[in-house]
Design a protein around this ligand. Structure first.
Ligand code: ATP
Length: 330
C-alpha cells in the first residue's frame, strides 16, 4: 500500500483550519493507505516556545488527533523527536540543498517578519526537515493545507537532487493532497490572513473550545460595515464558507439569499454559524473528555506507533547511508 505522511506542530490546540485543511482528509485516507501522522515537535522548536509546555502540548495534540478520528489501529501515530532518523536524514538532505532554495520559501520569509529576533538555522532549514519527515517513510501522498505547497515543491526538488548526486532512486516524489474547498480557512480577527495558532486564540476556533467561547469568538469576528459593492469582504466570506461546511443547506441558502438581497444582518449569520459549530463539535468534545481520562491508553498508542515507524525509518536509513558511503549502526 502507498504511504501517507502528515504532521502538525504541537504549538497549541488544533483549530478549524488544521481540521478542515489537513486532519479531515487524514481520516478519510486511513482506509486506502498506510498512514503515518506525526506530532512534529522539532518543527515546534523553530518558533519561540516554552519547554515546560511542550510535553503538555504534545499530549493535547495526540488527544486532538484521536478525538478527531485518527484510528491508531489503522494509522501510525508518532512524536517526531522519538525517532532520531528524522534529524539524521535531515542532515544528509541538508548537504544537497542550496541555501538559496530555502531563502525563497514563503513561510520562512513570514516567520522572519513575525519574529525578527528569532532567525536561526533551524528556521531556515525547516523545509529540509519536513522533506526528511516525509521521505523517511517513502510517503507518496501528503495531505496538507494550501500554505504547505511550497514546502512540498521543495521536498520534490531535494529528492531529485539527492537522487541525481548519489546516482540512486530511493524515494518517491511526494505529492501534496489539498482539499480544494477547505484548503484555506481565514482568521476571525484578520480575515486576510489564514487562521493560525500563531495569530492568537481570538483568531481561531479550536476544536476543543467550549460552546460559550465558540459563540463569543464568532460574535466578535471581523466583518465589515455592510454589504458594499460586488465583492464579499474576506471576513464575511469566511463566515459563509464555514456556514456552508457546518450549517444545514437551508440555513446557508436562506442567509445567502438575504445577503444577495442586501437585507442580511451579520448578527444573524453569526448566531446561526455559532449554533452550527457548537452542534458539530459536540461529539469531538465528548471523545476528547474520555481520552483525557485515559493516560495509559495514550501512552500505549504512542509507544506502538513509534515502534512501527522505527522499522520503516531504519530500513530507509540503511539504504540512504549505504548510498552516501556512511557508517551503519549495527
Ligand atoms: P502555527 O501558527 O504554529 O504555524 P498553524 O495553525 O499554522 O500553526 P501548522 O501546524 O503549521 O498550523 O499546520 C498544520 C496543518 O494544518 C498543515 O497541513 C496546514 O496546511 C494546515 N493548516 C493550518 N492552518 C490552516 C488554515 N487556516 N486553513 C487550512 N489549512 C490549514
Amino acid at each position: 500500500r502507498k504511504r501517507v505522511f502528515s504532521g502538525i506542530r504541537p504549538t497549541g490546540q488544533i483549530h478549524l483550519g488544521n481540521y478542515l485543511g489537513a486532519i479531515k482528509s487524514w481520516i478519510e485516507l486511513q482506509d486506502r493507505y498506510e498512514c503515518i501522522y506525526a506530532i512534529v515537535d522539532y518543527h515546534g522548536m523553530t518558533t519561540p516556545y516554552d519547554p515546560a509546555e511542550m510535553r503538555a502540548n504534545v499530549r493535547e495534540l495526540l488527544i486532538d488527533y484521536l478525538a478527531a478520528g485518527v484510528d491508531p489501529e489503522r494509522s501510525i501515530l508518532i512524536v517526531q523527536s522519538a525517532l532520531p532518523e528524522h534529524t539524521e536524514l535531515a542532515w544528509i538532505l541538508g548537504t544537497v540543498t542550496p541555501v538559496s532554495w530555502l531563502e525563497r520559501v514563503p513561510t520562512y520569509k513570514e516567520k522572519v517578519e513575525q519574529h525578527p529576533d528569532y532567525v536561526h538555522l533551524g528556521l531556515l532549514s525547516y523545509g529540509v526537515l519536513m522533506a526528511a519527515d516525509i521521505v523517511l517513510y517513502k510517503a507518496e501522498v501528503v495531505p496538507v493545507g494550501e500554505d504547505q505547497l511550497p514546502h512540498l515543491e521543495l521536498a520534490r526538488e531535494i529528492v531529485r537532487r539527492f537522487h541525481h548526486l548519489f546516482g540512486v532512486r530511493i524515494f518517491p516524489e511526494p505529492q501534496a493532497l489539498v482539499q480544494e474547498d477547505t484548503a484555506r480557512i481565514m482568521s476571525l480577527t484578520e480575515p486576510e490572513k489564514k487562521m493560525s495558532k500563531s495569530l492568537g486564540p481570538r483568531s481561531l476556533i479550536a476544536l476543543a473550545d467550549p460552546p460559550e467561547e465558540i459563540r463569543d469568538k464568532i460574535m466578535k469576528a471581523v466583518t465589515d460595515t455592510g454589504p458594499a459593492g460586488e465583492e464579499m469582504s474576506p471576513g464575511v466570506a469566511n463566515l459563509f464558507h464555514l456556514l456552508k461546511l457546518f450549517g444545514t443547506e437551508e440555513e446557508y441558502a436562506q442567509l445567502r439569499a438575504e445577503y444577495d438581497a442586501g437585507t442580511l444582518r451579520y448578527v444573524n449569520l453569526k448566531r446561526t454559524l455559532a449554533d452550527a459549530l457548537i452542534r458539530s463539535l459536540e461529539p469531538f468534545r465528548r471523545r476528547r473528555a474520555e481520552l483525557e481520562n485515559d493516560p495509559a491508553y495514550l501512552e500505549r498508542v504512542l509507544r506502538e506507533g513509534i515502534r512501527r515507524a522505527r522499522v520503516i525509518a531504519r530500513q530507509t536509513m540503511e539504504e540512504v547511508k549505504t548510498a552516501c558511503g556512511l557508517m551503519l549502526d549495527e
